[in-house]
Ligand binder design. Structure first.
Ligand SMILES: *[C@@H]1O[C@H](CO)[C@@H](O)[C@H](O)[C@H]1NC(C)=O
Ligand SMILES: *[C@@H]1O[C@H](CO)[C@@H](O)[C@H](O)[C@H]1NC(C)=O
Ligand SMILES: *[C@@H]1O[C@H](CO)[C@@H](O)[C@H](O)[C@H]1NC(C)=O
Length: 472
């Protein structure tokens, strides 16, 4: 498996080097790189931070989002448990890292890369006690924007804080003194996080070239963050869905081949990934002439009877989200949330089970499906995504302090990784006998629009289609 990946990437590298546009400063160095370099990287996720603990301990109905936006978690530091975890990680470190740390003349040197957030440097210090030097790279930061816990101090302050702690030097690779990804910046798009993955790999390549020139072959350790590492693993093709995120302070070894230059192309805005089999074209219905018809305040808002929807094909990988979320299959009589008054529970749960059948036919798994079922659909969260367990990554938030403007409506995305990067289809089970669909401008309608906005801004979905499904 590994060998195969290396082959694919080295071929991609050979083909792409000559095609690299000479638009960025880094490309000159990239062009000098005429070989594909296999490198083993030991990844370590930072230990528990105050924001991780607060998210675990939050009150029922309090959103994770509000914890992450809480000013007290700025550049979240490690908890006591986090420090313990780091020390534990030091007793479980990979043999190659242990040998490099040992620092005998025969051992390879260590190249430890962290993000520019304090918790990764702290984790590195505690997990690798004899550590001499660290290089902090801005590109290794967590999915940025909006979250206070992922904000950083000014670069000069960050440098001043840590440079005295490492005899062998504390190097910072980043361009901006002020934080470009802090709480006042908008949430990064997935594509932006991916661009940073590419930039990080370029930086790694450059650092390894430097070491090469110095006659060194270092053991590489990367200390970063869960969401960023998920993206990075998908980017380099080593993402493993069943073992999704790294736990706090978990080590993972991966073999990469540098340079990785097959960055995913910018995705053009795709048409709604649903089509009716009766379409003779068979292709996606970009401008459907019959149902579903765009009918809302924007062009990506459709209305369709349930029976029609169930006849449609899903033409591209996308995330399907239902609102209200599908009630758990085992618990079908109790919908996850209060249903619109005029919709009887009967028809909603009936609609749920019919929808569930349709999704299953299209190889969609529900959130919370047994691990075995998920493993049987093993693919990559990234570019190769074929199916996702993405039917209910939204959760109702009760009692949220809306006055603080923390969460603008009573929903939040609880599983960002279930929202496909390109396209989300939000199925709004809106109909009811006699009552028709949501009134535009009604409170329920505003709530649905708010969920769309959350998907776009918080979950990083590139496009969100809204389909009001009439239930009869
Ligand atoms: C210590 O690390 C090992 C390996 O990662 C893990 O299995 C174990 O649960 C950890 N123990 C504690 C107390 O964190
Ligand atoms: C380094 O390795 C040698 C040989 O395995 C061992 O005797 C020594 O205690 C190690 N030093 C440290 C600091 O771990
Ligand atoms: C990486 O490559 C090394 C050397 O070929 C191998 O021993 C190791 O098992 C590989 N690790 C992974 C995670 O594939």
């Amino acid at each position: 498996m590994t060998l195969q990946l290396v082959r694919i990437f080295s071929c991609a590298a050979l083909c792409l080097i000559t095609l690299l546009p000479d638009t960025e400063g880094g490309s000159v160095e990239m062009q000098q790189s005429t070989r594909s370099r296999p490198v083993t990287v030991y990844f370590l996720r930072h230990a528990e931070g105050t924001h991780n603990l607060a998210a675990k301990r939050r009150k029922p109905g309090e959103s994770r989002e509000s914890v992450f936006r809480d000013p007290s978690h700025f550049d979240a530091m490690l908890t006591d448990k986090g420090i313990e975890q780091s020390k534990n990680a030091s007793t479980h470190m990979p043999a190659a890292v242990r040998e490099a740390l040992n620092g005998s003349s025969a051992s390879r040197p260590l190249l430890v890369l962290t993000s520019t957030l304090s918790r990764t440097v702290e984790t590195a210090r505690h997990a690798m006690p004899a550590l001499k030097s660290v290089t902090a790279i801005e590109h290794l930061r967590e999915w940025g924007g909006a979250h206070v816990c992922d904000g950083r101090m000014r670069l000069s302050d960050f440098k001043a804080k840590y440079e005295g702690l490492f005899d062998g030097g504390f190097r910072v690779i980043g361009d901006d003194e002020e934080d470009p990804l802090g709480p006042s910046a908008p949430r990064e798009k997935r594509a932006d996080v991916e661009r940073r993955c590419g930039k990080f790999l370029e930086t790694l390549e450059r650092l390894l070239d430097e070491k090469d020139a110095a006659g060194e072959d270092p053991v590489v350790v990367v200390v970063s963050h869960s969401a960023f590492l998920r993206h990075l693993f998908a980017y380099v093709g080593v993402f493993d869905p069943p073992s999704r995120g790294l736990k706090n302070c978990e080590w993972r070894e991966a073999n990469l081949s540098l340079p990785v230059t097959d960055a995913p192309p910018e995705s053009p805005v795709s048409p709604i990934p649903l089509s009716r089999p009766s379409d003779n074209s068979g292709g996606p219905s970009s401008e459907p002439e019959d149902n579903p018809l765009p009918h809302g305040p924007h062009a990506k808002h459709y209305r369709v009877p349930l029976d029609t929807l169930l006849e449609m094909d899903i033409t591209e990988p996308c995330s399907l989200l239902t609102l209200p979320p599908l009630s758990p299959a085992s618990d079908e009589d109790t919908p996850a949330r209060e249903t619109p008054e005029s919709t009887s529970c009967d028809s909603l749960s009936n609609a749920h089970s019919r929808l569930r059948g349709w999704m299953t036919r299209h190889e969609y798994l529900e959130a919370g499906s047994p691990r075995k079922a998920q493993e049987s659909l093993k693919g990559s969260m990234g570019r190769q995504l074929k199916a996702v367990d993405a039917t209910s990554c939204l959760s109702a938030v009760e009692g949220e302090d809306v006055a603080n403007g923390i969460v603008p409506c009573a929903w939040e995305v609880v599983a960002k990784e279930r929202v496909h990067r390109q396209t989300c289809v939000l199925l709004v089970l809106a109909g009811s006998p006699g009552a028709g669909v949501l009134e535009a401008g009604s409170e329920a309608d505003r709530e649905v629009e708010c969920v769309r906005e959350i998907l776009r801004s918080t979950a990083g979905a590139d496009e969100v289609y809204r389909v009001d499904v009439e239930i009869f």
